[in-house]
Design a protein around this ligand. Structure first.
Ligand code: NAP
Length: 415
């Protein structure tokens, strides 16, 4: 058998495992994940009210359940095992570690209380163990920087009322935090023209269906062009506003200049195309401007991605997903890319009689690492579903310790 390790169990890693099962049937595939639970961006990036998008985890779950695939949750490369050790243990190793760090806008005031990156904010409302609630209160006005789908997600989650979050897996504490905000305005600010916005029309149009909020455009004259997105924005601008507690205000051609405040954010400043300063009062600013890959032991990204040639970083070391191409594309983009990489790995990988998963288990046992296998994940999953309160499809465990207890069946027994 050939042995292949995939580092990361998000969409890129899971689609790759799926494709390797098809194209390299004589391989044993180990999927390592630093958290005790799988699915990365699907669990912690896709918005909690978009459960139909999260449903792809059923496909990924089946992949992890297959013979020849083993899940190693709670195993962090760099903490529990080194990349060079994996290279010794496996015939091929793939970095599917995503892009976990928020890009910075690099303007004054970015470290004020109330200014957060979308990775951190989205992770928090999705119950990521390492994310925390923004340290803000009394948010009447929020500014969202960026014109991509993450900006739309963040605006929608801020603007929705409690009944609109029914059926989601948003944590009760997060929902309570959101509902306690005296929110009146959400500004979505792009540095380019509306026709160059990166929103997809479907996600944008959803903002026109919200109960608690109504979208508008600050300067309808900025809506030049006839893209689907511009037409939808024009529809927002031309329709009679409903009387809703929250208004969502689109701004275009405004480049971020500074976040201003005395310890806490007070306003966000932008420069218009005419060179004027435009100030938007805000107690919360979420920068939704993309992400970059973090180093994985000795493998260091440059410009936010791991340098590669067609997915190959080095002999027997590969990269896939956002860690390879940067934070772009939809979930199915990963399937296409995984197929191409699996093809390449199938041609280039030869069995080197390496120790593979047996060797990894030995290393982890020697180091007293408590890893979560597929059955452990199944117990966590079952416990999260059982404990979901009324109006929620799941209540996630938000700390690794709770997850590890659930993996042993302890939460199920005490639930
Ligand atoms: P994105 O689509 O690349 O959008 C990033 C936005 O940030 C762009 O408007 C970009 O403007 C702006 N930006 C970058 N640097 C900036 C700066 N220094 N100052 C001001 N603005 C700046 O990225 P994303 O929204 O993070 O989404 C990541 C990927 O996930 C995308 O492929 C997205 O479609 C996908 N996604 C999909 C869904 C969905 O389908 N429901 C939901 C969420 C995310 P420029 O265009 O000028 O660079």
């Amino acid at each position: 058998m050939k042995s292949i390790a995939i580092i990361g169990s998000g969409p890129a890693g899971c689609y790759l495992a799926d494709q390797l099962l098809r194209l390299v049937p004589d391989a044993s595939i180990d999927v390592l994940e630093k958290l005790p639970v799988p699915f990365g961006l699907i669990r912690y990036g896709v918005a909690p009210d978009h459960q139909s998008t999260k449903a792809v985890t059923r496909v990924f779950d089946r992949v992890l359940s297959r013979d020849h695939v083993s899940f190693f949750g709670n195993v962090e490369v760099g903490r529990d095992v080194r990349l060079d050790e994996l290279m010794t243990l496996y015939d091929a190793v793939v970095l599917a570690t995503g892009a976990a760090r928020d890009r910075r806008v690099s303007i004054p005031g970015e470290d004020l209380l109330g200014v957060v990156g979308s990775g951190s904010f989205v992770g928090w409302y999705n119950g990521h163990p390492h994310s925390q609630a923004p340290v803000v209160s009394g948010v009447r006005s929020a500014v969202i920087v960026g014109n991509g789908n993450v900006a739309i997600d963040v605006a929608r989650i801020l603007a929705k009322g409690p009944e609109e979050l029914a059926g989601s897996d948003v944590d009760g504490r997060v929902a309570a935090w959101l509902m306690a905000l005296p929110l009146q305005t959400v500004h979505i600010v792009g540095r380019r023209a509306a026709a160059e916005a990166k929103f997809t029309d479907h996600e944008l149009a959803e903002l026109g269906t919200l109960q608690r909020a109504w979208p508008g455009v600050s300067d309808p004259a900025s809506l030049a062009g006839d893209t689907a997105v511009v037409k939808t924005l024009r529809g927002f601008a031309e329709s009679t506003p409903r009387d809703t507690p929250v208004s969502i205000n689109f701004h275009f051609n405004l480049t971020p200049m500074a976040f201003v405040g005395d310890g806490k954010l007070r306003e966000a400043q932008f420069r218009s195309a005419a060179g004027e300063t435009v100030s938007l009062p805000a107690q919360l600013a979420v920068t939704c401007i993309g992400y970059e890959a973090l180093p994985c032991c000795s493998a260091a990204p440059a410009n936010g991605v791991f340098a590669n040639e067609g997915g190959k970083v080095d002999e027997r070391l590969y990269v896939v997903g956002w860690a390879k191409r940067g934070p772009s594309g939809t979930i199915p983009t990963n399937r296409v890319e995984a197929q191409q990489l699996a093809q390449r790995i199938s041609q280039e990988t030869h069995s080197g009689e390496r120790a593979g998963g047996a060797g990894l288990r030995k290393v982890l046992e020697e180091r007293n690492v408590r890893w979560v296998d597929y059955e452990g994940w199944q117990r966590i999953n079952a416990a999260e579903l059982v404990r979901a309160g009324a109006g929620r499809c799941r209540e996630k465990f938000c700390s690794p310790a709770e997850m590890l207890d659930a993996a042993l069946g302890q939460q199920l027994r005490t639930a």
